[in-house]
Unconditional design. Structure first.
Length: 643
């Protein structure tokens, strides 16, 4: 069951008013090729012929359900009159369902009741992992919950944390969105716009959603889980709002699978997506180029395929720009691009291998129609769930839910319906491996964050949305604490480090002996000591001179001693500080200054008293003797020391 003709109106399923899915059409022909190979090979299912039917569902629910009923067997007790309209019932043993999740679920509900196994290379809804409802359903693609995880890991890799989410009503979109929200909660991603597109009001919902996205200037990444019809609306609306060149779209698998020309054209602008890992089918080009309208009249829609490949028409319209198709044309003369891939082919290989194992286990000698009883749905399903199978992409196996162990290609869409595989995400180890450089507009990764990280020495003030915050600066003597949610003052003699994350002890800053300033100070101090010693020597030498005696040699000696002591304290100030040095330098400096200024005060006081007494006519002045002056000077010095 597949979608060859995709409709976009309420018309009946058919070739008119529809878009032909060339990929599915070629896949159908290649399945026919593989069936012929098996039937002509005596080593695979010997003496058994594989029959087949192809069903075009037109991507519509009604034809899909109606045609799926044709695959079941007729009840043994059903009797039809000769004139009664009798439905065709083909009694198939297994089905390949190349449909979306909604259609696949509808088919599986019916076929599972009749124990008919189904394999799907396209249906990804998480609901299909429910084996109570879809017991006989398996798939060669990972379900949406892993697709959501791959999208979230891709977002985290580029440090985006503020994105928009658009999804479709129904199991495919709603489950994908649900799983994506879970991943966002685990990985610290916030959702700026979270909107569902309904089936009934798709265009109205899309327009409202795109306007909301446009208003969120800080969210530049859009996650979408949409079907083709809604995809077309979304891209058209995004272009109308001039957002296709400013926003980046990160899409689910539906964008890579679509055949709608407008979506293929517009997705080349800033769109990344999930693509299932597939290969080219061996011998596919050789088989397709040998197709001929005369030799292969039994092939469905071959005329349609012919008109697409040769870009011609079978109808002779006057206003048609296409040439008339030539039924004798040769496909080998064309260089057409192959659209088919190995997804359906791999499903067929898995079925054939599973049936071969059933035949060998349970009925190795059975041939012809009797083999139908051997190939029960339960036996085929058991082999699929428990075995390992060789496909074009390598070995595959399934879990107990019928989901394949695998991963996704992450692609960047380009022009001409192409895409570049830029990374691979694996379900088994949840790692995104990047292969190719991504082409960014303006050659740089776009931002998609609600708030920029706070600089050092700032703390966060979070808002209602955890990815949004304001930044506030701590004081100069504070550090940020509580995972940068507040500030704390450093204790005494401590100061914040450069990042203001911890308090560190303040290092002592002092002059070194080799510093230029130290050399200047020492030079001046030594020169001062030399002068003071020279003056002291001169006073001692001239101590009997009247001028020297009149200057109070004892007080002068104390002053000179204080000067020497003050100059000598300079050496303590230039020494590496410690408790002893600091104490000595403080006391020595203060004592030396007291020794300098106390004698000067006493000398000034004595001169003042002598002249004051002489003005009054007194001949003698009390307390002006050298001994008394020395005693008062020492008392003043001791008082200063005690203070």
């Amino acid at each position: 069951m597949t979608t060859v003709h995709q409709y976009f109106s309420e018309k009946e399923c058919g070739e008119e008013a529809s878009i032909v899915n060339l990929k599915n059409l070629e896949n159908m022909y290649l399945i026919k090729m593989e069936i012929d190979k098996v039937n002509n090979n005596d080593t695979i299912l010997p003496n058994i012929t594989i029959g087949y039917i192809f069903i075009d569902t037109c991507n519509m629910i009604s034809p899909t359900v109606r045609r799926s009923i044709e695959m079941i067997s007729r009840p043994k007790n059903q009797v039809c009159s000769p004139h009664e309209n009798e439905n065709k019932l083909f009694n198939v043993q297994a089905a390949i369902i190349t449909l979306n999740s909604i259609l696949a679920a509808s088919v599986s509900n019916i076929l599972s009741e009749f124990q008919i196994p189904q394999l799907s290379p396209t249906a990804t809804s998480d609901d299909l992992s429910n084996k109570k409802l879809y017991k006989y359903f398996s798939r060669t693609v990972s379900p949406d919950r892993y697709e959501a995880e791959a999208l979230a890991d891709f977002i985290v890799n580029f440090k985006w944390n503020y994105v928009s989410l658009v999804y479709l009503e129904g199991s495919y979109g709603e489950n994908g969105a649900k799983q994506f929200r879970k991943q966002c909660a685990l990985k610290g991603i916030c959702i700026a716009v979270d909107e569902m597109i309904s089936f009934d009001k798709s265009l109205e919902d899309v327009q409202k959603t795109v306007k909301n996205i446009k208003n969120e200037l800080r969210s530049n990444i859009i996650i979408i889980f949409l079907y083709p019809k809604q995809l077309e609306m979304f891209y058209v609306t995004m272009e109308n709002e001039n957002l296709l060149r400013t926003k980046y779209i990160l899409a689910s698998d539906s964008v890579s699978l679509t055949e709608i020309p407008l979506v293929i054209e517009k997705r080349a602008l800033n769109t990344f997506g999930i693509a299932f890992k597939t290969q080219k089918v061996p011998g596919s080009r050789e088989y397709l180029t040998k197709l001929n309208l005369e030799k292969h009249k039994d092939l469905l829609y071959l005329k349609t395929y012919w008109s697409i490949v040769f870009n011609c028409t079978w109808e002779n319209f006057n206003n048609s720009t296409k040439k008339i198709c030539d039924p004798k044309a040769d496909l080998t003369d064309t260089n057409f691009e192959l659209s088919a891939h190995s997804a359906n082919h791999d499903c067929f290989l898995i079925y054939i291998e599973a049936m071969n194992r059933v035949l060998q286990k349970y009925c190795s000698r059975t041939v012809g129609l009797n083999a139908r009883k051997c190939f029960t749905g339960e036996r085929i399903l058991k082999e699929i769930r428990s075995g390992t199978f060789q496909t074009t992409g390598g070995e595959v196996h399934f879990d107990k839910f019928g989901d394949i162990y695998g991963g996704y290609d992450i692609v960047q869409f380009t022009e001409n319906s192409k895409y570049n595989i830029i990374a691979y995400w694996s379900r088994e180890n949840s790692i995104t491996q990047f292969y190719e450089r991504i082409i960014w507009r303006n050659s740089q990764v776009p931002p998609s964050t609600c708030s920029l990280p706070c600089p050092p020495k700032y703390y966060y003030i979070h808002k209602a949305v955890i990815c949004c915050w304001d930044c506030r600066q701590c004081r100069n003597n504070e550090i940020v604490i509580g995972n940068r949610t507040g500030c704390e003052e450093c204790p005494e003699f401590f100061w914040p480090d450069k990042e203001a994350l911890e308090c560190v002890a303040i290092e002592a800053d002092y002059l070194k002996w080799s510093d230029f300033e130290t050399i200047i100070i020492l030079t001046l101090a030594i020169f001062g000591l030399f002068l003071s010693i020279l003056i002291t020597s001169f006073i001692i030498w001239k101590r009997n001179e009247k001028l020297i005696k009149a200057s109070s040699i004892q007080l002068m000696a104390i002053t000179l001693f204080g000067i020497k002591l003050c100059l000598m304290s300079t050496f303590l100030f230039l020494t590496k500080p410690n408790d002893t040095v600091c104490s000595l330098s403080r006391y020595l400096f203060n004592i030396s200054n007291s020794l300098i200024y106390a004698p000067l005060i006493m000398k000034t006081n004595r001169v003042f008293r002598i002249f004051s007494s002489a003005r009054k006519g007194n001949q003698s002045v009390k307390y002006t003797s050298n001994r008394f002056q020395m005693a008062i000077t020492l008392a003043v010095v001791l008082l200063q020391v005690n203070l």
